[in-house]
Write a protein that binds this ligand. Structure first.
Ligand SMILES: NC(=O)c1ccc[n+]([C@@H]2O[C@H](COP(=O)([O-])OP(=O)(O)OC[C@H]3O[C@@H](n4cnc5c(N)ncnc54)[C@H](OP(=O)(O)O)[C@@H]3O)[C@@H](O)[C@H]2O)c1
Length: 303
């Protein structure tokens, strides 16, 4: 099969599969939920705002008659919400085929912090998903060939570093550095999770993706110029969602694959395996970040 122009038509039927996706209320998460529902999966849309989630779910069911959707409330910027979500989830599900860590924040107007006081990019994009994945790990382990997909960004390559001496950027805040740190952390986590699955001889895998530059609400706080760029330069949501869909559904992956577009500095095009930054493959750095993340979330992974 020619995979150089991979489209959602190549996704196999997903009947019987349970998929949990964060940030499902808009943008890439909503589009992915729509396609995965159309393929027959049960999609659990984790949303921070249930009212917005209802509108999103209604948009899906208006297009896909038999869509099997469940809405669940989850605020990744609040550890207590993540624990509450996990309790509810465990009450309902003993299996989880695919977890898609997609939600993200980018460039709030000023430095913001999460409920527990972490810089909002690091706390939400990384720590929130780190905790969520750890809390549902037992259910993933209980499911043959389960998969975790983490959404990163090409911007992790531009100044992306883990500032262990100032993870919350209290000394010097830069929104670009804070976003890049969180998106590098997403990749370090995705690859380290995959290494740990393999060390523990589990048949689960962890993959990653990035959408290039896709027109969504993500850049909402960045003014008119970016709004214009979103309109005229960014690629359509249908194309930008393909990398995460491919990372989530392509069969026979070994784990640790990173999918993204390949054209125009990886800002657009169909998804293929792409390279992330050298730092993202640093297993020592990933281990250090993992240990710090366990400490900061107060949660130890149980493999
Ligand atoms: N669009 C791009 O060009 C681009 C490029 C690189 C990477 N990405 C990544 O792609 C992912 C999806 O972004 P998008 O482009 O689809 O943007 P989006 O339309 O703004 O979607 C982001 C989603 O994350 C959710 N979210 C934000 N904070 C949350 C929190 N505290 N708890 C739970 N959910 C939260 C949002 O919920 P609300 O609806 O309630 O706001 C929304 O559903 C992000 O990880 C982003 O970093 C996007």
């Amino acid at each position: 099969m020619d995979n150089s122009r991979w489209t959602s038509g190549q996704i196999p039927r997903l009947d019987g599969k349970i998929i949990l996706i964060t940030g499902a209320s808009s943008g890439l998460g909503l589009e992915a939920s729509t396609i995965l529902s159309a393929k027959g999966a049960k999609v659990i849309m984790a949303v921070r705002n249930l009212e917005k989630g209802k509108t999103a779910a209604a948009a899906i069911t208006s297009k896909i008659k038999n869509a099997d959707i469940e809405l669940m409330q989850l605020d990744l910027s609040d550890f207590s919400s993540i624990h509450k979500f996990s309790e509810e989830f465990h009450g309902k599900y003993a299996n989880l085929n695919i977890l898609i860590n997609n939600a993200g924040v980018m460039y709030p107007r000023t430095r913001e912090i999460t409920k527990q006081g972490f810089e909002t990019h690091f706390g939400t994009n990384h720590l929130g998903h780190f905790l969520l994945t750890g809390l549902v790990l037992d259910v993933l382990k209980n499911t043959p060939q389960s998969r975790v997909v983490t959404q990163s960004s090409a911007l992790h390559k531009y100044g992306g570093d883990i500032h262990f001496d100032d993870l919350n950027m209290e000394k010097t805040y830069s929104k670009a550095k804070a976003y890049a740190q969180s998106k590098l952390a997403n990749l370090l986590f995705a690859y380290e999770l995959d290494r740990r699955f393999k060390t523990q001889k589990q048949d689960s895998i962890s993959t990653a993706s990035h959408p290039g530059y896709t027109a969504t609400a993500l850049q909402r706080s960045q003014g008119l110029l970016v709004a214009a760029a979103n309109k005229f330069i960014a690629q359509r949501i249908e194309i930008g969602t393909l990398p995460v869909l491919r990372a989530a559904t392509e069969e026979n992956l070994a784990g640790s694959e990173y999918f993204g577009p390949t054209k125009w500095l990886e800002t657009r095009g169909y998804p293929q395996i792409v390279n992330s930054s050298d730092k993202s493959y640093d297993a020592g750095l990933a281990k250090e970040l993992w240990e710090v993340s366990e400490k900061l979330t107060g949660f130890s992974y149980n493999f």
